[in-house]
Ligand binder design. Sequence first.
Ligand code: SF4
Ligand code: FES
Length: 519
Amino acid sequence: MPTITIDGKLLEFEQGQLIIDVAHGNGVKIPHYCYHPSLSVVANCRICLAEVWAPNPHNENKLEPMPKLLPTCETHASEGQVVYTTSPKAIANQKAVMEMLLNHHPIDCPTCDQSGECDLQDFAYEYGRGVRRCDTEKITQSKKDIGDNIMLYGDRCIMCTRCVRFTDEITGTSELMIDGRGANECIDVFPGIGINNELSGNVIDICPVGAMLDKDFMFQQRVWLLKTAPSIDPLTSSGDNIIIEHNNNKVYRVKPRTNLEVNEYWITDEVRYGWKFVHDDSRNIEMKDDAEIIAADKLQQANAIALLVSPMISCEDAWLLGQLIRSLDDHAVIGIGPVPVEGEDKTFKSGFTLRSEKAPNARGVQRALGDVLNYDEWKKQMARADTVVVTGNYPVRWDTPVMSDSQTLILIDTLANGLTERADAFVPAATWAEKSGTFENWDNMLQLFERAIYPLGDAQAEGQIAMNLQALVDDMESTVFNPATVRRRMADAGIAGMLEVELPKNTNRVVTDMPLSEV
Ligand code: SF4
Ligand code: FES
C-alpha cells in the first residue's frame, strides 16, 4: 500500500484518497469549513492549506516543497508525500484565514444557538490569532426566514457554500444560491421560493457556523447541556440512524447519525421533527385502577384471546407479548397492526430515499412472531375472541379496530385514540425514546436503538408490560425488561438474526474539556 507522512505520522492510503481524508481517517486533525465528504470539492475557505513536499522524479526522487501551500481537501495523496499542517507557513495561513473570517463576523456567541458546536468558534480557539487588527466597519447582513424550518443569519455566514451544494447535489432542488459579489455576497433563496424540500433540515447540520439555524430548536437549550442517545428512525421503515438529544428527561432535538450503509449523513425532516408525540399533551401516561392487575385477571379468565401487535414496537416487545398470549391460548388470533403507507418511495438526486412505509418495524414484528395475520385478516378473525389485547404506539391518533360490546379490551398504547375510553384495562406504553430495542428496516437490517429518556409517568415498554402480566398470571415477582437478554432468548427459540443486531456506530459522544457548573 502507498504511504504518506502527515505531521510526522507515516500513514497508508488508497489511490484516489484526498490528503484530508487520509488525515481524518487516522486521527490527524486538519481544520476545514467548505469541505464535506459527501459534497463536491470547492476549496474556497482555504483553512485546510498545508505545506506539501513530494519526491521529484526529475531529481532522483528527492523531496522538494510545492511552491505554494496546497488545499488538503482538493489534493490527492501520493506516494512519498510529506505534509505539514503545523509548520510556520501552514499556521500563518490558518491564522490569516481566521482573522479574515472574523473581520465581519458579529461575534455574538453568547446569543447564538450554534455556540458550543460551532467550527468557527472552535477553530478561532485552536487556530486563531486572538486579536482583530482591522479597523474598518463590519459589513452587516440581515436575518432571513428562508423556509418552514430554517432561519438564515447572514451576518454569521462564511460563504463556505456547503448549503448551496447540498441543495444542488443531494436533493437536486437548488433552492439556495449565492447572491451579490465580493464583500456583499450572501446566501439567499429565490424570491418567493423557500427551502422546504423534505431534507431541508440537513443544511442546518452541515452549516459549520451559526448561519443556518433550526427554528424549532432556537433558544431552547445550550447545546453543551444536552445528552445524547444513539437511536433509529421510529416513524418510517428507513432504519435511518439518528441521535436523540435530551436534557432533564425531555427530548429537544433529533439529528442524523452517520451510517454510510444506511442514511450516509442525512435524515428527512419527517424524522427530524416527528418526535413531538413523545411529549404530546394527549399522551396517557397514568396507569389507573391497577390496570395491570385487572388485565392479568381478564387474561386468566379468557377462553379465546386475540392480540394485535403494532409495527411501531420493537422486536423484543413483540416477542414477549407473543410469548405471553401464546402461553395462555395456543390458538390465539395474532395479527400485525396497520402499516401506514403514504404515496410512494421518493429518491433524491444523490440516491437518498424517503420511505413511504410509515412504520419502523413491520418486518421485525413478523420475524419475532412468525406467521401472523395482516390487519384486515386479523379484524375478521378476532371476532371469535372474548378478550382482545391491542398495542398502538403510533405517533398520531390511529384508526383502531371496532370491538363488540361483549369483548374485553386490554389496550396498551401511548396517545389517546378511539378505544381509550372503551378499554377495560388501559396500560400506558413508552415511546421508542423511552426504551431500548431493535427495529428491522425495509432492507431487513436489524439495528439497535438505545433509550434516551426515562419513561414518562407510569409508561413502560410493551416488553416490560408483557413481563409484568406474565408474572401476575404465574403469581411470581416480575423482573426488569432487558432487551439484550430477550434477544438471546429469541435466538435460543430459533429466531434468526437476533444475535447479529447492528450496534450503534458513530455515536458522537463528546466529553467536554471544561468543568460545568450549575447556576
Ligand atoms: S449559510 Fe452556512 S453552510 Fe451556507 S454558505 Fe454560509 S456558512 Fe456555509
Ligand atoms: S476545507 Fe479545504 S479549502 Fe475549505
